[in-house]
Design a protein around this ligand. Structure first.
Ligand code: DAT
Ligand code: MG
Length: 148
């Protein structure tokens, strides 16, 4: 089954949105297979956002993502990578549709509440950066029969 890496950023944690965000993905029908509250070390933040190293906002991005605890998660489900991106909304909240996480809770691109992998390759890379294999749980729920 497809897996993706999602993370409630420091602004989402401070604004008490962990439960709201977890609830949206649970209600959708996806399954949580790993989660932890953590403080991201600078080196991990730089690796995670490596593709943006040359961008002018890279320093601010690393400072922001390490500014407080984040809630890192792995979710599983059919097409979970692309569907989670839709549920997050556009990167810049000024363009995020209402009903999406960013559209409902964020105003500015620098504080946009949630991260989600953008492709199967990034999902695999990001899950590997944040989680050990033993931290991911494989289990089945009877409700899955009513979803898939
Ligand atoms: P996403 O988080 O939607 O995958 P991204 O990978 O292009 O977006 O950028 C990573 C994060 O960097 C994004 O969530 C917020 C920040 N960011 C992106 N573009 C920015 C910009 N023009 N100015 C400031 N921060 C930006
Ligand atoms: Mg991205």
């Amino acid at each position: 089954m497809e897996k993706t890496f999602l993370m409630v950023k420091p602004d989402g944690v401070q604004r008490n949105l962990i439960g709201e965000i977890v609830g949206r993905f649970e209600n959708k029908g996806f399954q949580l297979v790993g989660a932890k509250l953590m403080q991201i070390p600078t080196e991990l933040a730089e690796q995670h956002y490596g593709e943006h190293k040359e961008r002018p906002f890279f320093g601010e991005l690393v400072d922001f993502i390490t500014s407080g605890p984040v809630f890192a998660m792995v979710w599983e489900g059919e097409n979970v990578i692309s569907t989670a991106r839709l549920m997050m909304g556009a990167t810049n909240p000024k363009d995020s549709a209402p009903g999406t996480v960013r559209g409902d809770f964020a105003v500015t691109v620098g504080k946009n509440i949630i991260h989600g992998s953008d492709s199967p390759e990034s999902a695999e890379r990001e899950i590997g950066l944040f989680f050990n294999q033993e931290e991911l749980v494989s289990y089945s729920k009877s409700s899955n029969d009513w979803i898939n």
